[in-house]
Write a protein that binds this ligand. Structure first.
Ligand SMILES: Cc1ncc(COP(=O)(O)O)c(C=O)c1O
Length: 345
């Protein structure tokens, strides 16, 4: 990254007093305020300058009425997916939803009934469990295997669980928290297994822009036989826009898309946030250089953290993550370590 971009990202960032959940509400969540907030996937980098400019420009118009996304917005997203991920998306396949977690909930309602089995792969992002439990579905787990050379899916276990009557799988790709960027071979095997057993895959790809070390993220819909599955994505994680509440459901199959659209309608959640729409389009249009720089920065931070911990805190087991900006640390070897209670998210 060039020096100007490094200086931009390096500038001290005080987010206190900005309605910032991560920093302003530490006391509420953890009982004290004097902590370094590292508990939620929310970066402290300033977003793409053109995003801020676009938001300020729109804010100057003093009417903030009902909003919709036009073809230019859909096109900006489709162009990003093609340019950055090699995924060709027809703009008709895109539905808007307030958040990826909201979309997971809509998919659970669209494709399963109370009592149906939904599979998740622990350890995994907490709301995956909530999506199953809050809707009265049956939680089926296929834990990831922690091999000495990395985390992997257990395909024999997956196949057995799929055959036990699972209707849907919530996939996290890249995986939060273990940081795996699933390979094409792994994902194709998963899609083939799901297709053979009538399981719908809902793939949460919110961290897809953070596939590190140039490995590239294989998007679910680029695989053979994946067109009846669903991809969930968002610019909010990549560009630090989570407070603007905007995300996309991408479903090539008309019937599948219709079923999700129905749930969005039932929740009356289909009207985008004006600032979410403006920010997303600006980010997808102008965000390449910033995104490349942030990925480089996160990679440097990861390497620093791994080296530091291996040299100074060898009791904490860490592995360089392949994707996401999260690091999954194993504190079990640390004397006196007590497992913390559940995190708010
Ligand atoms: C895997 C994963 N999915 C979804 C989300 C949240 O998405 P949203 O804010 O769009 O609901 C997060 C945020 O940490 C996440 O890590």
């Amino acid at each position: 990254m060039n020096e100007a971009m490094r200086a931009y990202l390096d500038a001290p960032m005080d987010r206190r007093g900005t309605h910032c959940e991560k920093w302003d509400y530490l006391g509420r969540y953890f009982g004290r305020d004097d902590l370094i907030a590292m508990w939620v996937a929310d970066m402290d980098f300033p977003t793409v300058p053109q995003v801020t400019e676009a938001l300020v420009e729109r804010a100057k118009h003093p009417v903030y009425g009902y909003t919709d996304n036009g073809e230019a917005d859909r096109g900006a997203e489709a162009d990003w997916l093609l340019r950055r991920h090699g995924l060709a998306v027809d703009t008709d396949w895109i539905l808007y939803s307030p958040g990826v977690v909201d979309s997971i909930f809509f998919c659970v309602s669209a494709f399963t009934a109370p009592g149906d089995g939904i599979l998740v792969q622990p350890p995994v992002y907490g709301p995956f469990y909530q999506a199953v439990k809050l809707h009265g579905r049956r939680l089926v787990t296929s834990p990831l295997v922690n091999d000495p050379d990395g985390w992997r899916m257990d395909f024999d276990d997956l196949e057995a669980k799929f055959k036990s009557g699972v209707k849907m799988m919530l996939l996290c790709s890249p995986h939060n928290p273990v940081g795996r960027v699933w390979t094409r071979e792994e994902l194709q095997r998963l899609v083939d297994l799901a297709n053979a057993n009538g399981v719908k895959i809902v793939s949460d790809e919110i961290h897809a822009d953070f596939a590190l070390d140039g490995r590239g993220q294989v998007r679910l819909l680029s695989l053979e036989g994946a067109k009846e599955h669903v991809l969930l994505t968002s610019a909010t994680k990549s560009f630090n826009l989570a407070g603007l509440r905007q995300s996309s459901v991408i479903a090539p199959d008309e019937g599948v898309r219709g079923a999700i659209e129905k749930q969005i309608e039932l929740a009356h959640a289909g009207t985008p946030n004006i600032f979410g729409a403006v920010a997303q389009t600006a980010a997808y249009t102008h965000g390449d250089e910033w995104m490349d720089a942030v990925v480089e920065y996160v990679t440097e931070n990861r390497d620093f953290a791994v080296d530091y911990m291996r040299s100074n805190l060898p009791q904490i087991i860490c592995r360089p993550q392949e994707g996401t900006y999260l690091m999954w640390l194993d504190f079990n070897g640390l004397a006196g370590f007590q497992r913390p209670g559940p995190f708010p998210r």
